[in-house]
Design a protein around this ligand. Structure first.
Ligand SMILES: Nc1ncnc2c1ncn2[C@@H]1O[C@H](COP(=O)(O)OP(=O)(O)O)[C@@H](O)[C@H]1O
Ligand SMILES: [Mg+2]
Length: 407
């Protein structure tokens, strides 16, 4: 099976500063999901036009965008397919409004969180384990937005495990079991993003954020420890740097440094998308942090959507964003359900650990019973502690997951 990347364009309403320029409208939404360049003032139709899977005019809400673009990907992620939603566009075109939103107009991330827990509630025959991480790539440094005070701002490295899977070393992955906790975690990451930053607008226009959920699930009621299928999928919700930071010129080396106002990850994203759309045999995934981390979402095992946000008031920037989005349309991915039959997932490991504990407790009980008989006293409840590894890719890091008592 092969799926094209779904590409949608979202045109935002004019903002105050644009209203001042008269007449500012350079683009209008046509019929059949087209967007057409028009002459400002007269509205005369110009020859440049683009067609996408979906074009949302300014009258559409984020909920509308979510329902058509993101919800199918979130639902697929719950069924075991990797999924990614990117927001691409120039600074102030509406990327963060679309991905994060605000209190009154929640974005794709909070809507996805709500969707996930509602779907889990409606699927009583499966059990889920959800882990979340939140990272930022700024100036080719990856930082963990969920890091504690002592490690905040530390630059993390991208590694490969023996199977070739790419992961970010030392990135926190927190287990969450309800909507409120996941929303709180998202807000914590957002707050950390702002901490100690002197010019947030400048930084957010040049940084990428990846909010990632790892969803593991399996059929309920299966015998613990049996060779049951566990599905593991990644859902990435990505707010990219402003597209004006990408260079169209093909600059390399020194000029790719942030100081030269060219964002390497964004530049490489454009190059990777061009290579994939032209069917080139070699794709430079490894040349930037962003393309490396999101390799599977670009021509790989994932369902992917791009929401290209534009303003009708810009000519060249909107045109260049639309050209990028057109190239992305040609990319084909090959999504498959990620079933894990080995030990490489937490649900399975939990099941095994719990079974081992049960066995151990059983043995203890038998010993206690023997002692009780000997001493004539009753044994108190036995306590247990389950430790687990922080992530599949980091087998060295053990973390306390739960403690409890068994009578
Ligand atoms: N679809 C929209 N409807 C209403 N206001 C929007 C919309 N998209 C963006 N805005 C507003 O435009 C401004 C810039 O949007 P923002 O999401 O911060 O841009 P970006 O993240 O692309 O730099 C914000 O004030 C935001 O509230
Ligand atoms: Mg933004």
């Amino acid at each position: 099976m092969s799926d094209n990347i779904l590409v949608a364009v979202r045109v935002r309403p004019l903002i105050a500063r644009e209203e001042a320029d008269t007449p500012p409208i350079h683009w209008q939404v046509g019929s059949d999901n087209t967007i057409i360049q028009v002459e400002p003032g007269t509205g005369k139709i110009l020859p440049t036009s683009y067609k996408f899977d979906r074009v949302f005019g300014s009258e559409y809400s984020t909920c509308d965008v979510y329902a058509e673009v993101a919800e199918p990907i979130v639902e697929s992620a719950l069924a075991g397919f990797n999924g990614t939603v990117f927001a691409y566009g120039q600074t102030s075109s509406g990327k963060t409004y679309t991905m994060m939103g605000d209190k009154r107009n929640p974005g794709i991330i909070p809507l996805a969180i709500k969707n996930i827990f509602r779907s889990i509630e409606n699927t009583p025959n499966r059990e889920y384990l959800i882990r979340a991480s939140y990272m930022e790539i700024y100036n080719e440094n990856i930082s963990d937005l969920l890091a504690g005070r002592e490690t905040r701002g530390k630059s993390l490295s991208v590694r490969e495990d023996p199977t070739g899977a790419v992961y970010v070393a030392d990135l926190n992955e927190e287990c969450v079991n309800c909507e409120e906790k996941l929303l709180a975690l998202m807000r914590r990451g957002e707050k950390n993003r702002h901490t100690g930053v002197t010019n947030m607008n400048e930084r957010s226009s040049r940084s990428h954020t990846i909010f990632r959920l790892i969803l593991e699930s399996r059929e309920r009621g299966e015998e613990q420890g049996a060779e049951e299928a566990v599905t593991v999928s990644h859902l990435n919700l990505v707010d990219l740097a402003g597209s004006e930071n990408a260079s169209q010129s093909g600059a390399t080396g020194e000029r790719l440094k942030e100081g030269g106002f060219i964002n390497k990850s964004l530049f490489m994203l454009g190059r990777v998308i061009s290579q994939l759309s032209e069917g080139e045999p070699f794709v430079n995934y490894r040349d930037s942090k962003l393309t490396r981390i999101l390799q599977l979402s670009l021509g790989g095992n994932a369902k992917t959507a791009v929401v290209c946000t534009v303003t009708p008031a810009a000519v060249e920037q909107t045109n260049s964003s639309l050209r990028f989005a057109s190239r992305a349309k040609a990319i084909k991915n090959k999504p498959v359900v990620n079933e894990v039959v080995s030990d490489a997932c937490l649900l399975k490991r939990y099941a095994k650990e719990i079974m081992d504990l049960r066995r151990h407790l059983e043995q203890e009980r038998n010993t206690d019973k023997a002692q009780e008989v000997e001493q004539g006293s009753a044994a108190g409840p036995l306590t247990f502690i389950v430790w687990t590894r922080d992530s599949v890719a980091k087998p060295q890091a053990l973390r306390l997951i739960t403690t409890g008592a068994i009578d």
